[in-house]
Design a protein around this ligand. Sequence first.
Ligand code: 5GP
Ligand code: MN
Length: 338
Amino acid sequence: MNFEQVAALKNLLSSPKRIAIIPHKNPDGDAIGSTLALSKYLSKKGHNTQVLAPNDFPKFLKWMPGADQILNYERHNAETKKFIAEADVIFTLDFNDFGRVGHMAECLENAKAKFVMVDHHQQPSGYAVITYSDINMSSTCEMVYTLIDAMGDRDLIDQDIANCIYTGIMTDTGSFKFRATTSQTHRIVAELMDKGADNTAIHQRVYDTNSPSRLHLLGCALKNMVILEEFNTAYITLTQEELDRYDYEKGDTEGFVNYGLTLDKIRFAVIFIENKEEGIFKISFRSVGDFSVNEFARNYFDGGGHTNAAGGKSEKSLEETIDYFVSLLPKYKKALTA
Ligand code: 5GP
Ligand code: MN
């Protein structure tokens, strides 16, 4: 955060405010961790805060401190709309375009509040009075830590806040292995541990609470994997019928896409997951090296994200979606095999 942004934020929060804090749709560890951490910090500063999610989030994040207080637009529609309409300030975390909150977008467009964006994705929109956007950050959670630090409030980071921030950094960095993980990320994590973040318990709660059916679904996904050696690419498909067969629950497919990248030489991994209710295939893209899946998702699949991790969607049938996807690869052969 630069000096002007800190001054503007201090000014905006100089008296008690009603503050809505919003993560993106299908919130992940970073989205939930950052919103909960910011919410607790701002409430300690005397504000009336509420985390309002566009929809529900996975079971493996429900243990997080404050998670039981989150309202979601699908289940608590009237309350959510009311809080947003009456908010003085709205923080949007871990996304940078209203297109990322699904049907909640209309509420945000009509809100009278001042917006503050805290986000690390590429190409931010211009809706906020304070746009704290940094694509070099490992996670929005790291940015929330940096914001609290810049406000001179590190002493307000308690064990709950530390656990929330740790979780988002851990999940968004693939447990501290992705390129955006810096020495500063590790310094912050060390301080979070000093503040009481329980690293072993967090890893266990997020990664080691699988149901048998989730592992069976993973088996199905791996069996469905197609490897296109010519393009150093691997993709997985999961149909609604397959999800239903293994009692799919929200969050069950988290991380599946990464298995493609564990194959020797594979640089581009993709998963296509059917969502019958929305009439789409939700797509996750991952890459290693310089091939930008953000550009790929943005150009062809109505999505976006980061250079090495992005998402998008397709409204076509599975067959048409795959045909289209495969037809795009020759254009990128050089980038994928250089
Ligand atoms: P995931 O594949 O894990 O859902 O998302 C990977 C990254 O891409 C995340 O940072 C996520 O916020 C972003 N992302 C996922 N889906 C979309 C999408 O449809 N549009 C945009 N702009 N970003 C997305
Ligand atoms: Mn993130």
